[in-house]
Design a protein. Structure first.
Length: 133
């Protein structure tokens, strides 16, 4: 994502709007990636659950539920599915954090645009003019 310069107030209008557009595109892209990752997590959890259920059926001769669960947890097929869930979940959290940061940048850019438009109207927003004497 594009970096937000420390001297944001020194950008001219065209630079500010170009930066706003680029950051907004990143927010939309990351939201799409986050949604896809969340779907992947759900699907991976479903596959893990199905693998666990199949292993449980294979070991239905075991009377103790705790033994059945231990056999599921120690089975390489279940462990592989569980590892996939953890990997996909980690990616989803990473994208979520990045989306949050870029969305925050977009908010700051929006505030700067609002500040400038308020300044062009005499320093006070229309709402402030309506409600103050």
């Amino acid at each position: 994502p594009p970096a937000i310069p420390k001297g944001l107030t020194r950008l001219d209008e065209e630079e500010l709007m170009d930066l706003f557009r680029r950051v907004n595109e990143w927010v939309k892209y990351l939201k799409l990636q986050l949604t896809a990752a969340e779907v992947d997590v759900t699907q991976a959890k479903t596959r893990r659950g199905r693998a666990g259920a199949a292993i449980m059926v294979e070991n239905r001769g075991e009377r103790a539920v705790s033994t059945q669960k231990a056999l599921v947890d120690s089975d390489p097929r279940f462990q592989e599915q569980d590892d996939l869930v953890q990997e996909i979940y980690g990616y989803a959290k990473f994208v979520e954090a990045l989306h949050s940061q870029v969305d925050s940048d977009l908010f700051h850019l929006s505030r700067e645009i609002t500040r400038r438009s308020d300044a062009e109207r005499g320093g006070r927003s229309t709402r402030a003019r309506r409600y103050t004497p």
